[in-house]
Design a protein around this ligand. Structure first.
Ligand SMILES: NC(=O)c1ccc[n+]([C@@H]2O[C@H](COP(=O)([O-])OP(=O)(O)OC[C@H]3O[C@@H](n4cnc5c(N)ncnc54)[C@H](OP(=O)(O)O)[C@@H]3O)[C@@H](O)[C@H]2O)c1
Length: 346
């Protein structure tokens, strides 16, 4: 296969995470030089070690606190950054203190990267793509909402005051909604910035990591949800009715960086999701899943029992092609079973 055309340098925050790792892989495979941000030298080195064949295209910069503007000065110092993917945000479903653990880092982190691109980018940055979430789209107060189809026109209407008091996953969802809104407000207030914004709003992300998992101790909270079903007696009830494959989420970010029509747009990237459908698909395909995943009520699910998600704008504007739930859950469970086997040996 021909080597991809070289495409310039982008900055990726949150590169050490699950979604960020897939974004880095996709960016490297499509020909970008990638500069990752990390909080420490050791986490930067660990992330870079996941891409051994791309050493020449990868660099790192330490951003100890993504809410402090000056932390980003070094990231832009050589004047090479043309695009930014901001994926860093706390995915913490059990915060001790909503403001400290979620709201401040998510919202201040979101506007600080925009300020940094303005202050240090030298007018060279053309597009910023932010990993928002379906959590910024769905209105959790409206519950399962049968008959409604969520798309990019929908907004989670949470206020800061409600977010401060919200519990568990609702607090996280609030942090994503407030962060995305803060980014759009910043863009509205800075019409002369050299760059435009696009946001990617995936529901639960499942599917493989960009590197082989050696344990399940630090997996992302969404992958934890599928991991927790292993050896559990029951299939979880409905929580959020959508999922996206990690590889598709990464591809959507890169397309949103490149496609001119993505400027100023948010994209719900994902498809309908029901836990029973996921368990049925995994049990059908994998012998180990048949032994270790609960049966539930086979085939007893329907997308109509709750709201649906419409991810078709990403296909129309970004050219994103969706795969099947079966492929995504099978790849996730293969990876989880392998990681658990490694853990058991260690
Ligand atoms: N997984 C999902 O289902 C899902 C769905 C929709 C949207 N998202 C979004 O996707 C992004 C990544 O999530 P993920 O699933 O990849 O989770 P993850 O594996 O936990 O990764 C989170 C990333 O954000 C960074 N981060 C968190 N808090 C930070 C802080 N205070 N300062 C600097 N960096 C911080 C982490 O840095 P360290 O490596 O230094 O810890 C890590 O790189 C987040 O924006 C999340 O909201 C995820």
């Amino acid at each position: 296969m021909a080597a991809p055309q070289k495409k310039g340098t982008i900055l990726v925050t949150g590169a050490g995470g699950y979604v960020g790792g897939q974004i880095v892989r996709e960016a490297l495979e499509s020909g970008y030089n990638v500069r990752i941000t990390a909080r420490t030298e050791s986490s930067a080195a660990r992330t870079i070690s996941h891409y051994p064949s791309y050493a020449a295209s990868l660099s790192s910069t330490i951003v100890p606190d993504m809410t402090v503007l000056e932390s980003y000065a070094a990231a832009f110092a050589d004047g090479s950054i043309e695009g930014i993917i901001h994926s860093a945000s706390p995915l913490n479903l059990n915060p001790q203190d909503n403001v400290r653990d979620l709201l401040d880092p998510a919202t201040k982190g979101a506007t600080t990267i925009l300020e940094a691109a303005l202050k240090y980018g030298g007018g060279k940055v053309r597009r910023i793509v932010s990993t928002s979430s379906f959590a910024a789209v769905v209105d959790p107060e409206k519950g399962t909402r049968p008959g409604h189809t969520y798309d990019e026109k929908d907004w989670n209407p949470v206020t800061w005051d409600l977010a401060v008091k919200a519990q568990t996953v609702i607090a996280y969802a609030s942090s994503k909604a407030l962060a995305e809104r803060a980014m759009w407000a910043w863009i509205d207030a800075h019409p002369d910035a050299s760059f435009t914004l696009a946001t990617i709003c995936p529901p639960w992300v499942f599917g493989p990591y960009a590197h082989e998992l050696s344990n399940t101790a630090t997996i992302s909270e969404s992958v934890v949800l599928l991991n927790n079903i292993i050896d559990s007696p029951c299939v979880p009830p409905f929580d959020f009715g959508g999922y996206a494959d990690s590889r598709e989420v990464a591809a959507a970010h890169i397309r949103a960086l490149e496609v001119p029509e993505a400027a100023g747009q948010r994209f719900l990237v994902g498809q309908d999701f029901r836990y029973q459908a996921a368990v049925d698909a995994a049990r059908e395909a994998l012998p180990e899943a048949r032994e270790r995943l609960p049966v539930g009520k086979v085939g007893d699910w329907s997308p109509e029992e709750a709201y649906r998600v419409d991810g078709s704008k990403a296909t129309r504007v970004l050219g994103l092609k969706y795969g099947t739930l079966k492929d995504t859950v099978v790849e996730t469970y293969k990876e989880l079973f392998r990681a658990r086997a490694l853990e058991a040996k260690a």
